[in-house]
Write a protein that binds this ligand. Sequence first.
Ligand SMILES: Nc1ncnc2c1ncn2[C@@H]1O[C@H](COP(=O)(O)OP(=O)(O)OP(=O)(O)O)[C@@H](O)[C@H]1O
Ligand SMILES: [Mg+2]
Length: 254
Amino acid sequence: MAALLEVKDLCKTYVVNKRQNNILKNVNFSVKEGEMVAIMGPSGSGKSTLLYAVSGMDGATSGTVMFDGKNITKLSSNELAALRLDEMGFIFQQMYMMKNLTILDNIVLPAIESKKTGESKKEKAQHGEELMRKLGIIEVADNDINEVSGGQLQRACICRSMINKPKVLFADEPTGALNRTASNEVMEELVKLNEEGTTIMMVTHDAKVAAKCSRVLYIVDGNIKGEYRSPSDEKMADKDRERMLNNWLMELGW
Ligand SMILES: Nc1ncnc2c1ncn2[C@@H]1O[C@H](COP(=O)(O)OP(=O)(O)OP(=O)(O)O)[C@@H](O)[C@H]1O
Ligand SMILES: [Mg+2]
């Protein structure tokens, strides 16, 4: 299948107190439509920076990011905003929901802002409810955001990220704040979305989570140090996948 995302010689430099910090150093990779890719690596290695740069949330210092044939580093801010709203979904830890809206209204908000589907307001709300039902949180539709558990809020974030039927979902540690049970539930949903065709790129520290992905990129000090492909054997047990990935991670000094 064609590459949905193609990253070439991506560099990101932050200047702090007049000192240049080269955080991403000529990163190259591509993601095909339908893949589910995990980004792993030590803390501070540049994982979030990479995700922000490839999703257009933050600019690159140099290099190109092609998304669906468009170089997003060359788009105007309006074009980029429309592309991100319509074709990309985001689950970022620091992205809070609006306090004065219910969970359902928060989920539907990106659809109200988008002209993509041509649905009426009512249809958009119905679509939001449908997603909440699918992710098992319909009972909290009318709750405020401080009236739900961490796992429910995270699943609500997934609903919100999916409301405009994006081609790709970017997630930064989507299970990072969750206990094992809630983490498993969220991963189950992400795997389902991926099986239905959504391309997913996510940062995670959790090998159990990464073992669900088809590919793992391991970043050290702003470079891709290794790339792992999960065995394609569908019958392989989760614990065997996890063990194989852990062995690979250990070889890289994880
Ligand atoms: N806005 C910024 N300004 C300056 N430096 C930054 C900025 N954001 C990140 N950095 C620096 O870039 C480096 C990489 O940060 P990044 O957040 O990408 O790491 P990470 O791999 O996601 O780490 P973690 O696993 O802890 O989330 C760090 O040294 C960080 O201090
Ligand atoms: Mg990070």
